[in-house]
Design a protein around this ligand. Structure first.
Ligand code: MRU
Length: 346
């Protein structure tokens, strides 16, 4: 199995997801500025993956500044963390990972710089390792809702590439497949950036998990024609009331699922729940460059000069969600009550 990212010899190596599936190359981050670029330009993408990458970005920053006096060390580290914090706005895992880093720095501020660096390094490894463990648990719980023989529709890429490894929605699919269930995965191509076609299809094909690629606009027909048993997607931010931001097009799928009474599940770690956000109305939706829509792989496919509206995410209202699969179990409605309950147990 490939590694989405690897930290070695004071470098962060990321699979360059902009180039898959045609080229499998590693993007080298020598410092935190490279990590910020990699997150912004989507060398690395997917909520938990950008959180883990940012954590290693802070390791690189700490290494760079470790020789300074304490005040400058902490001041420069703060600047680096602020820069990484702003790299992308919607996926809360980015802020979650950086907030954990801030906490460990505050807790250890009386140590010498080198020791603070060691604590930062240990925490980055922990965030990385925990994410894989978390995804495996999500896979176990999620497998409970997958019938013995199932046609599963997924959107975007919530796989090993979008996490430290194994995946959330694809973690559920992997677990179902390896536990002997007969599954067929329909993969939405996921315009404009084609994470489904380029990434999810690649991951599934690598492991010979039966799958079929569809153009996004096929989903309604597929669901109406009873060719889908369950939909499982990932998440970028889940509000306290269960409203969920995920890749643009997820909301549309949820509406179709509701119309035809198909189960619609979100698979996400608890780190994707934003306990401070009351509803999805408060979630900032990233707007991306118009060329993502006007061009495909650098080739213009739209009339020159056309104006574009290109939100990268949408919010699926809680009413359309059958359940939220987490590492602690499946959260069912009423979400506000059950998410509050979960929070009190953490
Ligand atoms: O813009 P992206 O590719 O970062 O968007 C990714 C998604 O929307 C994923 O579905 C989400 O981050 C969940 S990843 C486990």
């Amino acid at each position: 199995m490939f590694r989405t990212m690897e930290f070695k010899d004071n470098r962060l190596y990321l699979i360059d997801q902009r180039k898959l599936p045609v080229e499998h190359t590693m993007f080298e981050c020598k410092d935190y500025r490279d990590v910020e670029f990699a997150i912004k330009d989507m060398v690395v993408r997917g909520a938990p993956a950008i959180g883990a990458a940012a954590a290693y970005g802070i390791v690189l920053a700490a290494k760079e500044f470790v020789g300074m006096d304490k005040f400058d060390f902490l001041d420069n580290l703060k600047e680096a963390m602020d820069l990484l914090y702003r790299a992308r706005p919607t996926a809360v895992n980015l802020m979650w990972a950086i907030d954990r880093m801030k906490e460990i720095i505050i807790d250890n501020k009386d140590l010498v710089n080198k020791e603070i660096y060691m604590e930062i390094r240990k925490l980055a490894d922990r965030i990385y390792d925990e994410d894989i463990e978390t995804n495996k648990k999500i896979g176990e719980y999620g497998n409970q809702i997958i019938p013995k023989s199932a046609r599963i529709l997924t959107h975007c890429n919530a796989g090993a590439l979008a996490t430290a490894g194994y995946g959330t929605a694809l973690g559920v699919i992997r677990k179902a497949h390896y536990s002997g269930k007969e599954i067929l995965v329909y993969v939405d191509e996921t315009r404009p950036r084609l994470q489904g076609a380029k990434l999810t299809a690649w991951e599934l094909m690598e492991e010979r998990i039966p799958c079929k690629l569809i153009a996004d606009n096929v989903a309604a027909t597929l669901i109406r024609d009873k060719m889908v048993d369950v939909i499982v997607v990932g998440a970028d931010r889940i509000a306290l009331n269960g409203d969920t931001a995920n890749k643009i097009g997820t909301f549309m799928l949820s509406v179709i699922a509701k119309t035809y009474d198909i189960a619609f599940y979100i698979a996400a770690p608890i780190s994707t729940i934003d306990f401070y956000m009351k509803s999805g109305d408060e979630i900032e939706i990233e707007q991306r460059d118009s060329t993502e829509v006007t061009h495909i792989d650098g080739i213009r496919v739209a009339a020159e000069g056309i104006e574009v509206y290109n939100p990268a995410f949408d919010v699926t209202p809680w009413e359309n969600i059958t359940g939220i699969i987490t590492e602690k179990g499946i959260i069912s409605p009423p979400y506000r009550e059950n998410i509050e309950k979960l929070k009190s147990l953490l």
